[in-house]
Design a protein around this ligand. Structure first.
Ligand code: SF4
Length: 364
């Protein structure tokens, strides 16, 4: 690839036909500033042609940090005993969701650690139904759009929540490499089980989001190229991915070094651009992890092709207890302060917030 390759040519080579592995590799690896700018412009142009300048919001409600899983990189994993655990009440969850709806956020994400006990699955069903009822209005006749992000579950549980009214599900693969997945998780958590869950969700009719961590110990550029092709093959409707950021209580096996923060940020931005060029019509989130590595990380994510932001709507009193990784920004801002700061940030890159809209792309 050279900088003389036009953005249109770059987009056309990736959006049509079989994936061009070599081109994807070059997008992720080039160090030439003019090539990086060509890539960024091509991704931004592809975004504007397919989605316009609107940024879609999903109010993020982290309703419980209890988790029965033990992902080795995660700060709230089961075996981290140095953490107070919480679960919001049904009333608190509905209150947070209603606040999002009043603010014009047309969609919310209900996120928590992974649990499969009946008390938890019933709470999720009840929350989905109650939120739908509480947020119906002339501007949102079907209530807010609800994305669930509560991990691996049985197909029956997924079906129950879909029937209750959730229509999107975010389940990050974390890596498409079975070997890397095995290094990140205990033997009881398997790559094939995660993949089966993604397939069940698609079959049931959910809009499915997935994603990976970028800059993991032992991860190669080819692994990242595989991740991009995985997104295409699984039929992802949304992607949320960000740089790997270690948690102080992570227990990943030592040995392999990770790239420095600036390198991981650059890689994450290139992954967003490559995903946008490969899959023009899907939603791509500018994740909070980007902002952890640079104060304007999420704005950069928007400029490289992202079109979704998940503003914090978790009650302030528990927000510090939901730390999957270290350095999470805006922990002390109130949801109102956070929303105001977000509007300024989004307009600073020439984009605008779309309000009272579920923000789903057309089926592809
Ligand atoms: S990543 Fe999710 S499932 Fe894994 S330990 Fe953390 S909260 Fe639990």
């Amino acid at each position: 690839m050279t900088a003389t390759v036009s953005g249109e040519a770059l987009a056309a080579r990736l959006a049509f036909g079989p994936p061009d592995r070599e081109l994807l590799r070059q997008i992720l690896s080039t160090q030439q500033p003019d090539e990086i700018e060509t890539i960024r412009r091509a991704a931004e142009q592809t975004l504007l042609e397919n989605h316009g300048d609107a940024v879609r919001l999903r109010g993020l409600i982290e309703f419980s940090n209890r988790c029965s899983s033990d992902c080795r990189y995660c700060g709230i994993r089961r075996s981290n005993r140095q953490l107070d655990r919480y679960t919001l009440t049904l009333g608190e969850i509905v209150e947070a969701a209603s606040w999002c709806a009043q603010r014009g956020y047309g969609s919310i994400v209900l996120q928590a650690g992974e649990r499969r006990d009946a008390k938890f699955t019933r709470l999720v069903s009840a929350a989905v139904r109650a939120i739908k009822a509480a947020t119906e209005s002339p501007t949102l006749p079907r209530g807010v759009g609800i994305t669930l992000c509560v991990g691996e579950q049985s197909a029956d549980t997924y079906a129950e929540w879909f029937a209750a009214g959730a229509h999107r599900y975010l389940l990050r693969m974390e890596t498409s490499s079975p070997e890397l997945f095995a290094a990140l998780h205990p033997p009881s958590q398997t790559w094939s089980s995660r993949l089966q869950c993604l397939k069940s969700l698609k079959t049931l009719g959910y809009r499915v989001g997935t994603g990976v961590m970028i800059g993991l110990p032992g991860q190669s550029l080819d692994d990242l190229v595989d991740d991009l092709i995985f997104f295409r093959d699984i039929g992802a409707d949304m992607i949320g991915m960000g740089p790997y950021i270690a948690h102080e209580h992570a227990v990943l096996p030592g040995g392999a070094a990770i790239p420095d923060g600036a390198t991981r940020l650059q890689l994450a931005l290139r992954m967003i651009a490559a995903a946008r060029l490969l899959l023009p019509r899907i939603n791509i989130a500018a994740t909070t992890a980007l902002q952890t590595l640079a104060p304007d990380g999420r704005e950069q994510g928007l400029r490289f092709g992202a079109n979704v932001i998940m503003p914090q709507a978790t009650p302030n009193r528990v927000r510090r207890l939901y730390t999957l990784y270290d350095g999470k920004p805006c922990l002390d801002d109130s949801a109102k302060q956070y929303a105001a700061c977000l509007e300024t940030r989004i307009s600073s890159v020439g984009r605008r917030i779309i309000s009272n809209d579920w923000g789903d792309p057309a089926k592809h």
